[in-house]
Design a binder for this molecule. Structure first.
Ligand SMILES: Cc1cc2nc3c(=O)[nH]c(=O)nc-3n(C[C@H](O)[C@H](O)[C@H](O)COP(=O)(O)OP(=O)(O)OC[C@H]3O[C@@H](n4cnc5c(N)ncnc54)[C@H](O)[C@@H]3O)c2cc1C
Ligand code: FES
Length: 467
């Protein structure tokens, strides 16, 4: 939309429907207070980079506010205060430091010992003038505003190949688009020539929506959003949808490669909503994952040092509503021939530390040992064995010597697809809570019929004979 407003004609090529990706599964916080980001970024990149990150995210909030009012988007945009809160003495020191640092960087930050939560806290960083949105309605509204006057939104058009040049060409399953410039904003980059799968790691989190009915959830609570410093990390937001008010506790984050019981994770969030917030019953639950940059800063710019007209946005570090908007503003400036004061800090081709130094793989998992672009080794087959899965279960089974992902629908009907991820060849595992086949290496996810849900894989898992 920013490019269209700047006088460009654009084509959005979307594999599925607008709003079905990660952004459609967010909590909906539109904020520049990203837990303790400023302490972390000032420590690793210096105060100037932290200041730029904060300015870019603050500008993103205001850009979203202007877009919502300018385009008349009905997406529940409202202003809230956002808090990072501490329940322990150690966390209290950290929120005091974050509040002081963020204020010194020019951000709307203050320390308070009075966060409007229904349980006692020791103190919090408070950012005023923050916001929240219903992200699916926002995206659908944006798409409606983009389409027309020579610009297009093509849904259900998965891109299958990409060629840099003049023009650059994106080929989809339904035709191709020629453009002066291409921006790859597919969460984990499609057509990755910048080895972003070695510079980002997928991190998964869970959300539940409980009825916001308890007497402890007063107006001050409802007009605020929160995130904890202490572990287990909890993110909290209240949202009104079609006349019903829900409180959304989120958390239970883990690297996508970490195995764990998703049902237990949802159970802990529901218990938090009930016991600590006094909320009503859980109405919905969902999870999603985002690309985490190894050095804490998103990647925005050319896809690789050699690229000429192919740009990338990735590594939005679980704060993509503002980081993604800041990225869009950077690339709008770049493509319109203007200088962006933020581009150097978000530079997609900067040197970054090795993944293992920053985000070591959790024990018990085997990250791919192959170079990106090369066929990967098959990982040990989890749950291999002759037994078929019970109804509602998925299991990886050797069939004719091939690892095969077999899912038994609740009615008993079986689906069998290859268990070898079409990205770089790791073996997928069954995600029982979300009923999907998930790849532990770079986070690709597939439906039980093999259809890609989330990249970097672009090809479906092919069907296999039933065991
Ligand atoms: C649980 C959770 C809660 C979060 N809450 C917040 C929050 O409150 N506030 C916040 O700022 N951030 C939040 N985040 C982070 C935020 O959701 C992400 O940073 C952001 O949504 C990532 O956006 P994206 O554009 O990279 O990916 P997506 O939203 O997934 O967009 C990528 C799109 O590309 C499409 N695509 C993929 N491959 C292809 C292809 N080959 N051809 C064509 N199209 C393709 C996909 O279908 C998708 O629609 C949260 C993250 C998680 C995990
Ligand atoms: S091998 Fe990379 S996502 Fe599966």
């Amino acid at each position: 939309m920013a490019l269209k407003r700047a006088g460009q004609t654009v084509a959005v090529v979307e594999a599925a429907r607008v709003g079905t990706g990660v952004t459609g599964h967010t909590t909906g916080k539109v904020t520049s207070l990203h837990r303790l980001a400023y302490t972390e970024l000032a420590g690793s990149h210096g105060d100037d980079a932290a200041r730029t990150y904060g300015r870019a995210n603050q500008a993103a909030i205001e850009h979203i506010a202007r877009t919502v009012s300018g385009e008349g988007l009905d997406c529940g945009f409202r202003r809230v205060a956002n808090y990072t809160y501490a329940e322990t003495d150690d966390a209290l020191v950290r929120v005091r430091d974050e509040a002081a640092l963020a204020a010194s960087l020019g951000l709307p930050s203050a320390f308070t010992s009075d966060a409007p939560l229904p349980f006692p806290v020791k103190g919090a960083v408070r950012f005023d003038g923050q916001a929240q949105i219903h992200s699916v309605r926002y995206l659908q509204g944006l798409a409606g505003a983009v389409h027309g006057d020579g610009s297009f939104v093509f849904e259900e058009s998965p891109a299958v190949s990409l060629r840099d040049g003049s023009p650059a060409v994106v080929t989809t399953e339904r035709g191709s688009v020629r453009a002066r410039d291409v921006i790859v904003a597919t969460n984990v980059p499609f057509g990755d020539r910048g080895a972003f799968d070695a510079r980002c790691y997928p991190h998964r989190s869970y959300l539940t929506a409980s009825l916001a009915t308890g007497p402890r959830l007063d107006d001050a609570f409802r007009n605020s959003s929160f995130i904890s410093v202490d572990e287990p990390m909890r993110s909290i937001l209240t949202v009104d949808v079609d006349g019903t008010s829900y409180v959304l506790p989120g958390g239970e984050g883990h690297r996508a490669s970490d195995v764990g019981d998703a049902a237990e994770r949802y159970g802990r969030l529901a218990a938090f909503a009930r016991d600590r917030l006094g909320a009503g019953e859980t109405a919905f639950r969902w999870s999603t994952q985002d690309a985490m940059p190894v050095d804490g800063l998103p990647y925005v710019g050319l896809m690789s040092p050699e690229a000429r007209h192919v740009h990338v946005i990735t590594g939005l570090r679980k704060w993509g509503l503002t980081n993604g908007t800041a990225a869009a503003l950077i690339l709008t400036d770049t493509l319109c021939g203007r200088h962006s004061a933020w581009a150097a800090v978000f530079d997609s081709n900067r040197a970054v530390p090795a993944m293992d130094a920053v985000a070591p793989a959790p024990t018990g998992t085997a990250p791919p040992s192959h170079a990106p672009g090369q066929p990967g080794p098959s990982q040990p087959v989890p749950g291999a064995g002759p037994a078929r899965p019970a109804p509602g279960e998925g299991k990886v089974i050797e069939v004719d010597g091939e690892p095969t992902a077999v899912y038994a629908r609740p009615g008993g009907q079986m689906e069998a697809v290859s268990a070898i991820c079409t990205h770089l060849g790791c073996t997928v595992g069954f995600n029982a809570a979300d009923v999907s086949w998930d790849c532990p290496c770079h986070g690709s996810r597939f439906a039980t019929d093999g259809t890609v849900i989330q990249g970097p894989a672009t090809k479906n898992l092919p069907p296999r004979p039933l065991p």
